[in-house]
Design a protein around this ligand. Structure first.
Ligand SMILES: Cc1cc2nc3c(=O)[nH]c(=O)nc-3n(C[C@H](O)[C@H](O)[C@H](O)COP(=O)(O)OP(=O)(O)OC[C@H]3O[C@@H](n4cnc5c(N)ncnc54)[C@H](O)[C@@H]3O)c2cc1C
Length: 379
């Protein structure tokens, strides 16, 4: 049996950062395995026709956390990028989040003006108001607007995205769909917004660039768990898998992402167009916009949400509801039991982290923050 002190399962952002911290702080060797044939996990990107394509859907880095920003900045230069997203509603491209300008795109001028005034009178300028809050207002016009946004922006998109009725979705997810009381058309408002200048894969490669770190790809934990002995494991895969699904499988939503190349310079007016109403896909993404890359061709992806099926597609989004949280907590208890057993002879210690380990949708900056925090506590 091969023996290592530190084993990291998963070479996404979480795994790469933990490995880097172990190598830099502890000055110890660390073995990183990943079942995929590439590093980077879901932020993996590659070049085609001079265009950087994000294999697992578009990724724009955004954060207010300076520590996270400074940490990643050691491994990449940035292309500063303010994300702007449009939705195709009633045949028109409208700013998303729906904002004061969007009113004038979809309604006649007088109505748009009236709604704008009411919004400004009732809510703080520059605030993001969750759609549900608007719906609960006593003003008929605001209720009408809430209903419009709910129907045209939220309902169709959410039903497609999650394959369920919006009422069945955790209110945290519904709250992600706001109306923006502003003319600011940026999708995110964080202080730092950018994309690694040479791509995410290169950034991860730089994070892993330490002679103490060994990466083994195409290596699934389940195939090697009886062949590699470790003292401490950082596991960034799905927590149910770690315990052989003994309490059942944690459900995920997946995506079928279809990539198309066109022999044209541009296909759409910006990087991302959402389709809440028509079409089976939820959004189309034109990749050359992200790093302002020049090519006489263009590459787009179309996302078709679907159910996650083990071995058939990828785990993309944990499904946040009470039952799934209960199931997740059962696995957390198993982890505690396992680690407690250490005191009675089990020499191993396991930490579980990342979007799959915590069964939580995390933006990239949250994943970085959590990995850095864990490293600070444990190393
Ligand atoms: C479609 C989509 C778009 C997104 N866009 C954004 C965005 O614009 N901005 C943003 O901030 N965030 C975005 N995110 C979130 C971002 O992708 C995640 O926060 C981040 O990639 C999570 O990193 P991670 O290392 O925790 O997980 P992952 O990237 O999933 O890495 C886990 C790794 O573990 C490996 N693994 C799993 N099980 C095993 C096993 N048994 N054996 C070996 N290896 C295993 C996997 O192959 C994978 O490489 C998006 C997410 C999705 C789904």
């Amino acid at each position: 049996m091969e023996k290592v002190e530190y084993l990291v399962v998963g070479c996404g952002l979480s795994g790469a950062i933990i490995a880097e911290r172990i190598a830099s702080i502890e000055k110890q060797k660390v073995l990183v395995i990943d079942k995929r044939d590439h590093i980077g996990g879901n932020v993996y990107d590659y070049k085609q026709y001079g265009i950087t394509v994000h294999k697992y859907g578009p990724h724009v880095f955004h954060t207010n956390n300076k520590e996270v920003w400074d940490y990643l900045s050691k491994f990449t230069e940035w292309y500063y990028f303010m994300y702007r997203v449009k939705a195709f509603i009633d045949g028109k491209e409208v700013n998303i989040p729906f904002n004061l300008d969007s009113l004038y795109k979809v309604f006649p001028n007088t109505l748009a003006q009236k709604l704008e005034e009411k919004l400004l009178n009732n809510f703080k300028f520059n605030s993001k108001i969750p759609i549900l809050e608007l719906k609960n207002s006593s003003d008929n016009d605001l209720q009408f607007l809430a209903e419009y946004i709910y129907e045209k922006v939220f309902l169709g998109y959410t039903v497609k995205q999650w394959g369920v009725k919006p009422e069945d979705i955790d209110s945290l997810v519904s709250a992600r769909v706001p109306i923006y009381i502003s003319k600011d058309d940026r999708y995110f408002t964080d202080k730092y917004q950018a994309i690694p200048k040479n791509g995410y894969t290169k950034m991860i490669e730089n994070i892993l660039n330490n002679p103490l770190i060994e990466v083994r790809l195409k290596t699934d934990f389940k195939d090697v768990k009886n062949k590699i002995d470790y003292d401490i494991m950082y596991f960034t895969g799905s927590i149910d898998e770690l315990f052989d699904y003994k309490h059942g499988k944690l459900p995920y939503r997946s995506l079928n992402i279809e990539f198309k190349k066109y022999d044209k310079e541009f296909m759409q007016s910006g990087p991302q167009i959402n389709y809440p109403e028509n079409y089976d896909y939820t959004r189309s993404v034109e990749y050359k916009y992200y790093l302002d890359e020049k090519s006489d061709k263009t590459i787009l992806s179309y996302e078709y949400p679907c159910e996650y099926k083990d071995g058939k597609n990828e785990r993309y989004y944990p499904i946040p509801n009470e039952d799934n949280q209960k199931l997740y907590k059962k696995y957390l208890k198993e982890l505690l039991k396992l680690n407690n057993a250490r005191r009675t002879g089990n020499p191993r210690w396991i930490y579980v982290l990342g979007r799959l380990g915590d069964y939580k949708y995390y933006n990239m900056d949250e994943v970085v923050e959590k990995a850095l925090m864990l490293a600070k506590e444990k190393l």
